[in-house]
Design a protein around this ligand. Structure first.
Ligand SMILES: Cc1ncc(COP(=O)(O)O)c(C=O)c1O
Length: 382
């Protein structure tokens, strides 16, 4: 597999590389939005169109469900039936439908700060109340949940829903089986539901291991998972994702809302992309992980020797960088990144207050682009 070729994404309508459409920023290296600078696998691109010459309306086929069911069984030990899988146009629409079904106006929805910014937007847009729970950094330089503190919050306020990001975006941290078991225990005790966004579940670097929320016993009535093959196989523009809901009553309620919003019509191309990726993708996925691991280790080593402090991602292709030691404000760091280093990163404060002084770097790019980008960042802040 070729992950080394640099593909020019300037003026291609890429969301990530849009900054380079501006002539003054033509030479910026974009390391923001979570897609990869690698070619989407050929076995996906070759299978996007229907087998007939008609691009008609589609529905989820048996092959689509089978591809998800066998991938989840093999990689994540989940046993699913087609009835438990709700096809979606994206993880975020799914998140919005689920949270609107599970909660009422003004309900508290707890998120763990810092986290993927659209979680807050989804809660706010639905007229619910965001309850930020700060993650803490442990002696291993990884995030952890202070469960005593979390229990205090759940015991003193009504929290009908918590949204978890596992693997965690922006840090790439993985919540362990023990974390998830504690979370489920608390959810049961305080009558709270858990939505787990597991979109990055296949981008994991051993010995770290991913555990799905649904692997924890007795989660059927208190938790659901939303995921997709789009990050793993670099096809988020295909717009396809899925929700796993084991509770039949809840699945019906969510489906009713999706149908009411006319959001049950899913792109033929998205269905085909997912089916091809999950049924033909094992080898490509294994080689991708090797390449990403090497990029991760290279980036981590380079930053460790600088005054920018990296958190080691156990998964994802995202690296969370602490710029505190530079003594500069977020705005100045952002300007220096673009104007001096000529690299664009995501501002950590977008991910919550806990993210201030941090920036997120996307390392899913050919090594020949990754190394100079990091050298430029380190030099600009030396
Ligand atoms: C944690 C997380 N959830 C959801 C999404 C978006 O998913 P989708 O494009 O399927 O809505 C992303 C994309 O970066 C993500 O990182």
């Amino acid at each position: 597999m070729d992950f080394d070729t640099i593909i020019n994404r300037v003026n291609t309508g890429s969301n990530k590389w849009a900054i380079t459409d501006q002539p003054e920023h033509r030479d910026v290296i974009a390391m923001t939005t979570a897609d990869m600078d690698f070619a989407t696998p050929k076995f996906v691109r070759d299978n996007l169109l229907p087998t007939t010459p008609i691009l008609g309306y589609s529905e989820a086929s048996q092959a689509y469900f089978d591809s998800i069911i066998s991938w989840q069984k093999k990689y994540h030990h989940l046993t699913l039936t087609p009835e438990q899988i709700i096809p979606l146009t994206g993880v975020l629409p799914g998140l919005s439908f689920a949270l609107r079904t599970i909660t009422k106006s003004n309900d508290n929805v707890l998120i763990f700060d810092p986290v993927y910014a659209p979680f807050s937007s989804a809660i706010r847009n639905a007229g619910r109340h965001i309850l930020n729970f700060d993650l803490t950094i442990d002696s291993q330089d990884q995030y952890y949940i202070d469960f005593d503190q979390l229990e205090h919050v759940l015991a003193t306020q009504r929290v009908p829903l918590m949204i978890l990001c596992n693997p965690q975006n922006p840090s790439g941290h993985l919540w362990t089986k023990s974390d998830l078991t504690k979370l489920v225990d608390l959810a049961k005790r305080y009558n709270t539901f858990i939505i787990s966004d597991e979109i990055h579940e296949d981008l994991v670097f051993q010995p770290a291991a991913f555990t799905s929320l649904l692997e924890i016993p007795e989660t059927d009535g208190i938790g659901l998972v939303i995921s997709a093959a789009t990050k793993t196989f670099n096809m988020p523009g295909g717009k396809n994702a899925y929700m796993f809901v084991k509770d039949e009553y809840l699945a019906n309620q969510i489906n009713t809302l999706i149908e009411a919003e006319f959001a049950n019509g899913i792109s033929t191309i998205g269905f085909n992309a997912t089916t091809a990726a999950l049924s033909k993708g094992e080898q490509w996925h294994a080689e991708l992980i090797d390449y990403l691991r090497d990029n991760r280790d290279t980036a981590y080593k380079m930053f460790t020797a600088s005054n920018i402090e990296p958190m080691l991602p156990q998964s994802t292709y995202l690296m969370w960088l602490d710029f505190t030691k530079t003594g500069l404000s977020d705005v100045v760091i952002d300007e220096k990144l673009i104007n001096d280093a000529k690299v664009q990163l995501n501002l950590g404060s977008q991910y919550g207050e806990n993210g201030s002084h941090w920036f997120r770097l996307n390392f899913a790019t050919p090594k020949q682009q990754l190394v100079p980008a990091i050298e430029r960042i380190i030099t600009a802040f030396a």
